[in-house]
Design a binder for this molecule. Structure first.
Ligand SMILES: [Zn+2]
Length: 116
């Protein structure tokens, strides 16, 4: 037996949001949503019922993600305006910034509980 549930809720007030909801929260008016994927399994092993529950959270930070995308797309174009070494250095600095910002944009948290 395996049960899978997806839940989308506001990260600010916890109000439930419909799937594909991208506009501000109807309850508190703030943007940001949390997607919870909960998988509960019951496994019968040698007469003992054990269970395992996994919860995975994807915490998306839209502003950080947008900044990382803007830097990644914008960096090569900066070379058009800054010709020579200034352009190369600016590109390297922005590329480095995007490298560090990128992983912060989407944080994946996994919780596993076991019992029996
Ligand atoms: Zn809210």
């Amino acid at each position: 037996m395996a049960e899978e549930t997806d839940k989308i809720e506001c990260i600010h007030c916890g109000a439930g949001l419909p799937d594909g909801h991208t506009s501000p929260c109807p309850e508190c008016g703030q943007k940001g949503r949390r997607i919870s994927i909960g998988i509960a399994e019951e496994i019968d092993v040698a007469g003992h019922i054990t269970w395992e529950r996994r919860r995975e959270f994807y915490e998306k930070k839209p502003l950080v993600l947008a900044t990382a995308i803007a830097i990644t797309i914008g960096a090569p174009f900066l070379g058009l305006f800054l010709i020579g070494w200034p352009g190369v250095i600016a590109g390297l600095v922005l590329g480095g910034a995007a490298f560090w910002i990128g992983p912060v944009a989407v944080i994946k948290v996994r919780e596993i509980e076991r019992g029996g």
